[in-house]
Write a protein that binds this ligand. Structure first.
Ligand code: ACO
Length: 371
């Protein structure tokens, strides 16, 4: 019995949610280029969960049900007010709050298909309110209720800032939501599937997934990219700063990918969004620095940017606090996690791989007194 480090190349399940073939990413058979160009995030959630794009009527009903389910129990916001808000990171707050949601859902442990469908909508809607609510609470402000006239993406920005966002910001945020929605068997989605394959509930699956997404080798990279760009400061400093990272054998955040060999197909969209948005804000230095970092890493290491690299300057240009970047990823990826959780329940088998034992053999117990 021999092991595969990091399960590289292991095909652990079948899935019809999304595919990566020849470095092309598709959701339920639809190319992401097509979806980012034309779809709303709500349509993409529907597509991931139900396998087809909604009709106009289905779309309207689905959008309405997301809107109707956005409010979270007051108790959860009350708890948040008691978190040590100056120390708590939003991603840890989100992980805790999603787990708390289950305590107020009488259907939390109801495993019927109908209950799971209802929970899916609740969770997707409420996670938006949790992220925006905590972002406000930690600044001493009250959470804002959704505006039913606004889309999911527009509501995120509205509930974060208390002002109706402009069209450019809404469009960019909607695109970013679509690009992050699903990604085959990435680490957090695998985590969610492992969790619910024990027939644990959807809240547990999403809570576990948030924990996995939080790490810097996965979704946590986008916040760190912004940290790196801030440390670099100006385009002139890119070369020496990045060289130092490479000399110290540090991982450069936002580069490399386990699956893509010719580049992450989401990066080109985010690169272009970064170019446009930084121009609008008059802060094109973030884009210029990003381009220089990209060139340097490709030349020195042959590595290409992943989804997290340009999303950093995109979210920064939208005026979003840097430690909210990964929670925003979670808001989007909840759609994919839930699609995979529902798929896992449909055709479940416990996920239980083996480990190749490499520890000592044939040891004999020695009593405490004799050790
Ligand atoms: N910076 C510098 N070197 C890198 C990087 C990087 N970003 N990525 C890979 N390498 C190097 C490794 O040091 C290693 O070199 P070595 O063989 O000389 O030791 C080689 O490339 C292979 O790297 P692994 O870490 O083994 O590749 P793996 O497939 O396990 O990891 C990962 C993929 C985690 C994405 C990696 O590229 C990485 O750590 N990137 C930075 C973090 C990041 O951006 N994560 C977000 C990924 S996208 C997402 O999850 C949403």
């Amino acid at each position: 019995m021999s092991s595969t480090r990091g399960l590289e190349g292991v095909v652990a399940t079948t899935s019809s949610v999304s595919s990566i073939v020849d470095d092309v990413l598709k959701y339920q058979g639809y190319h992401i280029d097509d979806l980012t160009e034309h779809a709303s995030f709500e349509e993409v959630i529907y597509l991931l969960w139900y396998g087809e794009l909604p009709t106009k009527e289905e779309y309207n009903n689905f959008r309405q049900s997301l809107m109707d389910n956005m409010s979270v129990p007051d108790e959860i916001f009350d708890y948040m007010k008691h978190y040590p808000v100056d120390k708590v990171r939003p991603m840890a707050a989100l992980r805790t709050a999603v787990s708390q949601l289950s305590l107020y859902d009488s259907e939390a442990d109801d495993m019927s298909e109908e209950a799971n469908q209802r929970k899916a909508v609740r969770l997707q809607a409420q996670i938006l309110s949790l992220v925006t609510g905590f972002a406000r609470i930690r600044k001493g402000k009250d959470p804002i209720k959704p505006d039913p006239a606004l889309s999911f993406s527009a509501n995120f920005l509205y509930m974060l800032n208390g002002e109706e966002p402009d069209e450019t910001s809404i469009k960019a945020f909607n695109k970013a939501m679509i690009l992050h929605a699903d990604h085959e068997l990435n680490a957090s989605t695998f985590t969610a599937r492992v969790c619910v394959a024990t027939l644990s509930d959807m809240y547990s699956g999403v809570t576990a997934a948030i924990g996995a997404l939080k790490g810097p080798l996965h979704g946590g990279a986008n916040e760190r990219v912004m940290g790196m760009l801030t440390d670099i400061g100006t385009p002139e400093n890119v070369d020496s700063h990045v060289q130092k990272l490479l000399d110290n054998k540090e991982k450069v955040m936002g580069f490399g990918h386990r699956v893509y060999k010719t580049g992450d197909p989401r990066a080109k969209h985010l690169r272009e969004m970064s170019r446009q948005l930084t121009e609008v804000t008059g802060e094109s230095k973030w884009y210029d620095m990003s381009m220089k970092v990209e060139e340097k890493i490709e030349n020195e290491k042959g590595l290409l940017p992943n989804v997290d690299f340009f999303s950093a300057s995109v979210y920064h240009s939208l005026g979003i606090d840097h430690d909210l970047f990964t929670p925003i990823f979670a808001v989007s990826r909840t759609s994919g996690w839930i699609a995979h959780i529902l798929e896992q329940y449909e055709n479940n088998r416990l996920i239980r791989p083996r480990a190749e034992y490499v520890g000592p053999e044939n040891k004999t117990y020695v009593s405490l007194e004799e050790r």
